[in-house]
Design a protein around this ligand. Structure first.
Ligand code: ASP
Ligand code: MG
Length: 411
């Protein structure tokens, strides 16, 4: 018998029928003797609808009032799910974030959870009830409603699991787990049985959108085993995300391939090679609130160097004009850029104990005649920047090269 926190996303509770299906699933888990705390999102589309309503009143809604309103999406689904559970004979009670004392800081629309008092939930569980909690919301110490940022119900689920020391936090969504890469690009992509928090963070921040990144960080910090499962399919083990990939012997070198088309690169050429120059270039970019991803600076020849970095494609124009004025100030030769690039990354904790992954990656890309424009590495990741039009080809070739393709099914 275990204590399990389950979180159901918007599509999983998108209609009354889906909510009844969730109730049936919760009932089956409970019949196996488990204690259940269930976190739900708003019905799919509802949060967007509410935000649009606010926008129809004013283009700049007060964040406090915005949170006061968007939290209602989840308040509807918790009550509906509790009713659904009761209607099939499962005792249940629903609570808003404030009612189970999810205390956050004061940052409306992006609040952070500071404390959870589990007494009320424990009492319900002890009385044999399923506890249904609204995701995405909390209250600050003054009792103002706050929300945790888009996709924040994942974080609620993990935070409750951490507070209750649950055996597992199950995230039910519309995919049946975390895949080696996006199956829309590589139909042979495989569901991973296990992945580590570190790998998941790299996969998530690089564009796979299964889980809110913050929830993975939270789960890693508090060591909450996280499992991603489909709410549309019965059975299935999903993907378990834990600290260690258990069987290191069996651990493949590469766990997955992430990619991102949303990047652009900018180069400042002929930069005087003197102390402080990186700061003079990147300082104004940071001040403009633009996040910088990869940075490469060349070895200087003739006392000048080239400086290249990548940013989100939406920031390309803005950064280009910043650099044009910076280049004049520092006496650099020219600024150039390309917003039709993509980043492809191999991710795997197995890289730590295996040499030669990078050269195998580069050999594969060379064989496909794909030019590498930038390279960056960390302990568990190698990323390359290449022309966007070759991205899918690169991902497919690497997926095969690193033995990630699902075995062909025999008909
Ligand atoms: N309903 C919120 C959103 O759409 C929170 C969530 O679904 O996790 O962002
Ligand atoms: Mg979500």
């Amino acid at each position: 018998m275990a204590l399990i926190v389950q979180k159901y996303g918007g599509t999983s509770v998108g209609t009354p029928e889906r909510i009844l299906a969730v109730a049936e699933r919760v009932k089956r888990w409970r019949e196996q003797g488990h204690d259940l705390v269930v976190v739900v999102s708003a019905m799919s589309g509802e949060t967007n609808r509410l935000i649009a309503l606010a926008q129809a009143i004013t283009s700049d809604p007060d964040p406090r009032e915005l949170d006061q309103m968007v939290c209602t999406g989840e308040q509807v689904t918790i009550a509906l799910l509790a009713m659904a559970l009761q209607s099939i004979g499962v005792p249940a009670r629903s609570y808003t974030g404030g009612q189970v004392a999810i205390t956050t800081d004061h940052s409306y629309t992006k609040a952070r959870i500071e404390q959870i008092d589990d007494a009320r939930m424990r009492a319900d569980l002890a009385a044999g009830r399923v506890v249904v909690v609204a995701g995405f919301q909390g209250v600050d110490v003054e009792g103002n409603v706050t929300t945790l940022g888009r996709g924040g119900s994942d974080t609620t689920g993990v935070a409750l699991a951490a507070a209750l020391k649950a055996d597992e936090c199950q995230i039910y969504t519309d995919v049946d787990g975390v895949y080696t890469t996006d199956p829309r690009v590589v139909p042979e992509a495989r569901r991973l049985d296990r992945i580590t928090f570190e790998e998941m963070l790299e996969m998530a921040s690089l564009g796979s959108k299964v889980l809110q990144i913050r929830s993975v960080e939270f789960a890693g910090k508090y060591n909450v085993p996280l499992r991603v499962l489909s709410s549309f399919k019965e059975g299935g083990e999903g993907t378990l995300i834990t600290v260690d990939a258990e069987d290191t012997m069996e651990q493949p070198v590469i766990s997955g391939i992430a990619f991102n088309r949303d990047e652009a690169k900018l180069t400042v050429r002929g930069v005087p090679d003197i102390p402080g120059i990186a700061y003079r270039i990147l300082g104004p970019v940071g001040e403009a609130n633009v996040e910088i991803d990869m940075i490469v600076q060349n070895v200087a020849a003739d006392n000048t160097t080239d400086f290249t970095f990548t940013v989100h494609r939406n920031d390309y124009r803005k950064v280009m004009s910043i650099l044009e004025s910076v280049a004049k100030e520092i006496g650099a030769r020219e600024v150039s850029g390309d917003d039709r690039i993509a980043k492809v990354s191999l991710v795997g904790v197995g890289m730590r104990s295996h040499a030669g992954v990078a050269s195998q990656m580069f050999a594969t890309l060379a064989r496909e005649n794909i030019n590498i424009q930038m390279i960056s590495t960390s302990e568990i990741k190698i990323s390359v920047v290449l022309q966007e039009k070759y991205m899918e080809l690169a991902v497919r070739a690497l997926h095969t090269e690193f033995n990630l393709d699902a075995p062909a099914t025999v008909e």
